[in-house]
Structures are given as structure tokens and as C-alpha cells.
Design a protein around this ligand. Sequence first.
Ligand code: AMP
Ligand code: MG
Length: 405
Amino acid sequence: MAVSITEALDIISHTMTPLDSEILPIEIAVGRVVTQDYVAAFDLPRFNNSAMDGYAVKVSAAGQTVKCSEVIYAGDDPQMHLLQNTAIKIMTGAPVPAGCEAIVPIENVSTSDDNITLPSDIQHNGFIRMAGEDIRKGTVFLRKGEVVNAYTIASLASQGITHITVTREIKVAIFGTGDELRPHFEKIEAHQLYNSNSPMFAARSKALGCAVRFIRTSADTFEALEASIRSTLDADIIITSGGVSVGDKDFTKVAFINLGMQVHIDTINIKPGPLTIVGSIGRTVVVNLPGNPLAAMVNYELFVRAILRKMSGRTDHRHATVSTTMRSDFSVRGGKHAVVLGKFNGESFEALKTQMPGMVSPMQEAEGLILITPDVKHLEKGALVKMIPISWEFTREKKEDLYTH
Ligand code: AMP
Ligand code: MG
């Protein structure tokens, strides 16, 4: 039975489960998702230290001229005690000495020999970076389900953590179906067609952090399909395209069912390409996408992306939308829950003039998509729309209404 786009995304959210985990050095964990909380083992900064190159002083010395004969450098372990009517020169990052109440930046004092004259206003703890003000010992600084990026790695390294537990890489297997299809590196006859979907899915899956292990084209027979399915069953997810319609040789779904596929989603109310199937054989997820390239792409961006996020263990696996406006008028046929692909310049959304399901060329232009309900027939210039980005990942934990009404 056909489900709505929202229902399909809910089913994905509820039926897909994260893969198991592995331990990686932090340097190569970018893009992976952590499978446990990380708690700070110590304060950062570890000790009170100077935020400036300057002078460690008492607040009561404001406006006075005091003696200064010692220096503390970053990396020093100062044993001295700051006395009344003195200052100690100190460099950025150096531990403040005992008795120090504030740091005065070099540019705010005047010096002559061993004497420095301090400004009349000195704030208590001014220019001192306090222990734990950045990361407090005992707090969670990285949560289970978060994606590791360069800045996460900075926090991990600052805590002296060398290895982390992350979800393992998703192994994707891809094959196209169709007697008319040939691989793009072979010669073809005038009546044949290159398989563009499989290289497209391979590249997209790789860009989303997956390991792509298998690409081929299957002929439209049960034997060929079953051979392709059997040789991909060790993958975490199999992505196919074509053969899901009502043509005489559209055997993809039945071939998967014959090999034990449990169907989670069978047909989605979406234009283009309602015939997407999501299922599983054992622990392997199966997605049968439409053959028409643009329909396949749209369904990949909406559903496969959500599946991969969930399998990766991300907490924020739901699509998020950007609120924007139409750059110019756009008319649609209406009557369907439809996808409109378009470009986004940071200010407004420009729907692609031609975007037919069987086309290839519009896809490389698409930076985002909007979902419209059946009653929407015309989107006026300036109308508010909600865009799901394609060019970048924009996600959240909570489900939101993705439709432009
Ligand atoms: P099908 O769903 O198998 O009937 O395919 C629908 C349309 O998509 C047909 O015109 C196919 O030739 C085309 N098509 C199917 N698979 C691919 C593919 N992998 N690459 C490019 N076009 C395809
Ligand atoms: Mg076909």
C-alpha cells in the first residue's frame, strides 16, 4: 500500500537501526558517528593562565608604579608568590603565579627600567583564563550520535583522547537493472543506453561516507537478478534502480521477495517516481529505486540519505528545511505530492525550468528541493517555501513538517 513521504520517512526512522561499532584513531574518524558519550577527564584550561602578554598584578596596585624583576613563560611551572607592590611579567598561556589577582596587558602599562606604571582601573581576574572555563571536568563534551568533525577532534585531542568508538563504515552495493543498459566504459549500439544511475549512486554514497563495494548491471531476467542479489547480500545496504514498474520485464521487487525480502515500504506518494521499495533481507537493507534517473535521484536524496543517516547512528537523522522564497513564478500540474528541484543562492529558490523524471542533465543543477502538496498549483515569485538542501547535509533530531503548502 502506498504511503506518504512523511510516513515513509517515519518508517525509515523506526525500522532502520545503527550498524555495530569499531574503534578508530581520532585523526581518521572525521564523518563518523560516536557511539558513546565522551566525558571530560580534566578541566580545560587545566590551570588559571594569562590571556595576554602582560603583567601579573594585585588589584590594589591600580594607578601605582611597582617593581617588576621576574618573568613567567608559557610552559613554566612558577613557584614564586606575587607580593604587594610588585608585578611579574607573564606571557600568554603561562600559569598565573600564586597571589596574582589580574593580568594587565603590556600595551596598558608604561615601563622604565624595573619599574612599571599600571593603569588606574584593574578588574579582578581580568585577562585570566580560569581553569575549566572551556571544558569542565566531568561534563559530556561529545554526545553519542554526533558526527565527528575537525572541531570535535580538537576537543578530543585537548583531552588527550587518542581513539574513539564510532559506527563502522556502511558497505553499499549497487546494481542497475535493464537489458538496454551497458556500463559506461563499453561500446554501445544505437538502441542501447549507458547505465548512469549506478555510477551516480556510487559517487553519492561515497560522498556521504559509505564504502561502495559492488556495481554492475543486471539483465531483466529472474536468473540474472537473483545472481546479482546473491552476490550483494553481504552488503549493509543494496541500492538498485529500474524494473520496479508494471512493465512485462519489471521483476526487481519479486526477485528480492523470492530471496526473502521483507517489505517495509511499497510505493510512496511522490512525483516523480512513486515506485520506490524499501525492505530488508536479514540485516541487509534493500532499496529499489525507479529507473528514470531524475526520479531515482530524488528518491535517493529523500529516502536513501535518511536511511544512511539512521544506519550511521546519527541522532539528527531527520531532514531539516531552509525557509526561503521563490525567485520567480513557477507552475506545477498539481494533484500530487510532488518534488520541485531548484537552485539556491542563499536568498531565494529558483525552480529548474525543466525537470522531467527521465532526464539526467537537471540533476547537476539541483542544490535543493521543495515538497509541495496536491493543492499547490502555482508558486508565486516571493512565496515562502521550505527547501531541503541537496548540496549540503542539513539535519535535525526532531521531525518537522517538510511540505510547502
Ligand atoms: P524501468 O523502471 O526499468 O522501466 O526504467 C525506466 C526508465 O529508466 C527507462 O527508460 C530505462 O531505460 C531508464 N533506466 C533504468 N535504469 C537506468 C540506469 N541505471 N541508468 C540510466 N537510465 C536507466
Ligand atoms: Mg528496466
